[in-house]
Design a protein around this ligand. Structure first.
Ligand SMILES: [Zn+2]
Length: 310
């Protein structure tokens, strides 16, 4: 199951106790998942298609609890979902359907579809949150914790984009807006925005998951940085040792090492014996031992002698 499906399962189980919030959540869900067909005065059907069984179950349960109606539920293969199962609910035409859709703010009194966020339904602070949860359940997507952060909600109408943006702003969320394949997409690109939104909607398990993944990623990055910097140091040290050996061989074949002052001759011999030794180790091999910087200075003097020969 995808991470998004996990989150939707979790959010589908969040059940607000107030009727106002349940109405708001159902309104958003039906707006994003439903298709209205108007075939004459008071002849209205609504049909929803959910990829997620838990989401379909939530719509079914809300309709039953809030309005006392049992709608027809069918499992169908959806061409849109490349033949995957989709869970379809059918609310058939009739006065009652019209009443319910009107009460949910999905159609106005003249039976015209409401394209934006119905103000009456989402006005209260508690209901706004429920509405956002419903919108995510209907059209939301979140990238996996191990992928770059991305969250979005997809829908059809510009009025909805405006309404959802305003609603999110009420909870200090600032989504971005784009168009894709005939859809409007509200999205967020940071892990922080993702976490804030999911926490607001009540997906606490998903939030923990994202946060622990972030901690893990942070540790892994620190370890990688450390390994990289140690590798780079080692490579620098090896490069330097090879240059030193070249200088020493140049002097050996030119004037011979005997021509060097004893202190330089010693460090040259130690370097030849220990081509991979670090500067500190070279210092330890001389008699008496030298500090790292003293060993380095002697090798610098060898370099300047060799440069004159070369
Ligand atoms: Zn409420």
């Amino acid at each position: 199951m995808t991470f998004t499906a996990d989150i939707k399962e979790e959010l589908a189980r969040v059940s607000p106790s107030r009727r106002c919030c349940r109405l708001a959540e159902l309104s958003a869900l039906l707006h994003l998942e439903g298709v209205l067909h108007l075939s004459g005065p008071h002849r209205l059907t609504l049909h929803t298609e959910s990829e997620n069984a838990a989401v379909a179950r939530k719509i079914f349960t809300y309709l039953k609890d809030l309005f006392g109606i049992s709608v027809e539920l069918r499992v169908e293969k959806a061409a849109r979902l490349r033949g995957h199962n989709c869970y379809c609910l059918y609310m058939n035409d009739g006065e009652r359907t019209v009443q319910i859709l009107n009460e949910l703010g999905l159609i106005d009194n003249s039976l015209r579809p409401v394209l934006g966020v119905p103000v009456r339904i989402s006005r209260r602070f508690c209901c706004g949150i429920a509405y956002l949860r419903g919108a995510f359940l209907g059209g939301g997507y979140v990238s996996r914790p191990d992928q770059p952060a991305h969250m979005e909600i997809n829908f059809q109408h510009a009025e909805m984009a405006e309404g959802l943006t305003e609603l999110m702003a009420r909870y200090s969320l600032q989504p971005h807006l784009t168009h894709r394949e005939g859809h409007i997409v509200l999205y967020g690109k940071s892990r922080g925005e993702q976490v804030d939104f999911l926490a607001l909607c009540g997906a606490h398990k998903a939030v923990l998951h994202l946060e622990s993944a972030a901690v893990f990623r942070d540790i892994r990055e620190k370890v990688n940085r450390r390994v990289n910097s140690e590798t780079a140091n080692l490579e620098r040290a090896i490069g330097a040792a090879q240059n030193q050996l070249r200088d020493i061989r140049l002097i050996e074949s030119g004037t011979g090492l005997e021509a060097l002052p004893p202190s330089l001759r010693e460090i040259a011999e130690v370097r030849m014996l220990h081509p991979e030794a670090s500067m500190k180790e070279l210092g330890d091999y001389t008699d008496p031992p030298l500090s790292k910087s003293a060993a380095y200075h002697r090798l610098l003097r060898i370099h300047s002698i060799a440069s004159k020969l070369g």
